[in-house]
Unconditional design. Sequence first.
Length: 392
Amino acid sequence: MKTISKKFYPLALGLSLMLTSCTKEEKNVIEEAPASAVSAKTSFKKLPNNITPSNRFNISSSLLTVSDFDSKLNLSDAVAPSECSDTPFNEVADFYNDLLIEGFIAVWDGNPDAIGIILEDYFVINQIAAADENKNTDYFGADGKYTNYVKKRVRSLEKFWDMADLVTVNGQHTETLEDLDFIRYVYENYSSATEDEIEEILIIAESFNTASNQIPENPFYASDGFATFDKKIVIGDGIVTFLEDTGLDPKVIWSSILAHEWGHQIQFLNFGKWEYPIPVFSDTPESTRMTELEADFITGYYLTHKRGGTYNWKRVEDFLTAFFNIGDCGFESPGHHGTPIERLAAARAGYDLASGAQKNGKIISQQAVHEAFLSKLDEILNSPLSVDAVAR
Ligand SMILES: [Zn+2]
């Protein structure tokens, strides 16, 4: 059996998705699902409480990964921070969350193994597909709708940051989970399940894939967004769908996520060389906030630079406003992240750096961008920007 060599450090804007309902109201929605959503062959109206993760896949090792949109399942009754409950992103996430859970319950025969497979393993399998197996990773958007756009943006980032052919950007898609042979392959190579167990698992997978229009079609299954130390960026169609459903331009979303993850790649590239006021990537709230704010600063600089993304500030601000809301709402410990205001201030400072250089259009070095960020960090952390500027 192969051991998976990767480890996710939840350093960034991780998104913990709740696959049980987050609030009492949502529970009621599930319990009172219309008859059409509940198959006649089952009387199950909600998932059992206190499900423990199956841990079927042993994911552990030492590879540094910055996870920005981590579709980690939480089958407990955790509650999302209430102050974030009315953000557009959360409304979208709740909508798809409920669709997925209702879709699962509608075709569920009560076998508890199915929960671990369909609502846990599927996410790990699609993460392995995108990060380890390069399965369906060479296109972006369902049916490759954004492939050309993303490739163009990658070339722009490579040129801007002088990083040709250094970073691999991988797509992630729900349709990957329709491939039962691939699911079998992952269990055979990444888990300790026996042949008999794998046969049972495949029967369950096929039955859900066939009977439910949410499995694996629901965008949650492709909602990863992260950067790894071995120079990979993964962006799932699902996270773009969520943000697009809040009313944002999908091209701005692709560009912004890419530019932010690219910022982490620049940090990795300079790891050990760049100095920071506190230990970098040390898995503390202050350290995480610092590297996230720097990635936002780098994003603001690139996206608004006239030799980079050439965006005006308003477009960047629109995206970052949504992006920040995700971070605050998703994490179980909001204190691990920069606040929306701090993050907006960081991106704004990156924009100011770019616009200050607009006269000669010069692109300053990665080192100079890093130093500019550090010189602004105190200002960013004490920004006079108001909540109203962010919570629109
Ligand atoms: Zn990040």
